[in-house]
Design a protein around this ligand. Structure first.
Ligand SMILES: *Cc1c(COP(=O)(O)O)cnc(C)c1O
Length: 323
């Protein structure tokens, strides 16, 4: 179970009853996607598959003695690729976007490879439901009022919605948390589709520093739109310029080292408060990935640390003088 932190200062500053952060960057690949991979791999084993494949920004991988063939856009952060290689996946760097890699992996199904693809494989959503169960448990047997998360394909959003629906069907909660999906402004397919009342979504471009949500064709658009509509929520967009600050706030407030995509959720929360969309509520943010796999993005947010000489006695004098 990934930890849930309470961000008291943020709650005070934003005038909210409570703000919680669920740190899902603690999983084996430091991302929320492991919840889906775990369930899909069990399903692949049950079906007797020997190869599992998926296209991924680098956060989705598979293990358990199966051969994992992972198609990654060649632009994925190097640490993400390195981790896949060390976890003994067969990695191919695709010349093209995540959408192109996705299509390639679907064609590879013809070889009998079991396809993990987000949303394309319905068991990904089932894996992602587990975060809702954990949240319910960690909040002492209730649901939060509202949940914010970064959205690319929309599968995390729809998965958590499904999880809370399960809990409602059991009679363990009496209402579903309001779903708030946050997209990067440069890859916002769902936000305009939601505003127009569409049931599918597509964006002209997918250009953002938040590479894990740089998606042109959200693969779980239908369910993500439904989850947001059914709970009276909204889709918001975060500008790339807001993300570095959100990363720093995450770090300072709850010591969560969020990747740019995960931090977009925080930028979305601030925007929702500014626009009066949130009352005095209990809010949860999902930190969907850890930035240890993308340190250069973090350094761009903070600026480089200054380099100093270690010569004594000059260096300590200079250090002290700087303060
Ligand atoms: C994949 C991913 C998301 C978005 O999840 P979707 O199901 O594609 O909407 C958000 N943050 C991180 C770190 C991710 O890897």
């Amino acid at each position: 179970m990934d930890p849930l932190y309470r961000a008291e200062r943020t709650a005070r500053q934003l005038g909210l009853r409570a703000v919680y952060v669920k740190d899902d960057g603690r999983n084996p690949t430091a991302s929320f996607k492991d919840r889906a991979s775990a369930v899909v791999v069990l399903k692949a084993l049950a079906e007797g598959a020997s190869v599992v494949t998926t296209a991924s920004s680098g956060n989705a991988t598979a293990v358990l003695g199966l051969l994992a063939v992972i198609l990654v856009p060649h632009t994925a952060p190097p640490a993400q690729i390195a981790q896949l290689l060390i976890y003994s996946a067969r990695v191919y760097l695709v010349e093209g976007t995540c959408d192109k890699a996705f299509d390639l992996a679907v064609v590879a199904e013809a070889f009998g490879w079991y396809c993990r693809h987000t949303a394309y494989n319905p068991f990904t959503r089932k894996g992602k439901k587990t975060a809702a169960y954990e949240l319910w448990d960690q909040l002492g047997g209730r649901a939060p009022d509202r949940a914010f998360m970064a959205v690319g394909d929309g599968n995390i959003l729809s998965g958590i919605w499904k999880g809370f629906r399960d809990l409602a069907a059991l009679g363990w909660i009496d209402r579903l948390p309001v779903r708030m999906g946050v997209q990067a402004e440069g890859a916002a397919a769902l936000a305009p589709a939601w505003a127009r009342g569409d049931t599918d979504a597509r964006s002209e471009r997918a250009q953002t520093i938040a590479d894990s949500i740089a998606v042109r064709r959200p693969r779980d658009a239908r369910f993500a739109l439904r989850a947001v509509r059914e709970t009276g929520g909204a889709f918001l967009t975060a500008q790339d310029e807001e993300i570095p600050q959100a990363m720093q706030t995450f770090g300072r407030e709850v010591w969560v080292f969020a990747v740019p995509s995960a931090a977009a959720a925080f930028a979305g929360l601030k925007k929702a408060v500014r626009e009066g969309m949130v009352g005095e509520e209990e809010v949860v943010m999902i930190a969907t990935g850890n930035s240890l796999k993308d340190a250069p993005s973090a350094i761009r947010a903070t600026g480089e640390a200054p380099r100093i000489s270690a010569a004594i006695p000059e260096a300590p004098k200079r250090l002290h003088a700087a303060w």
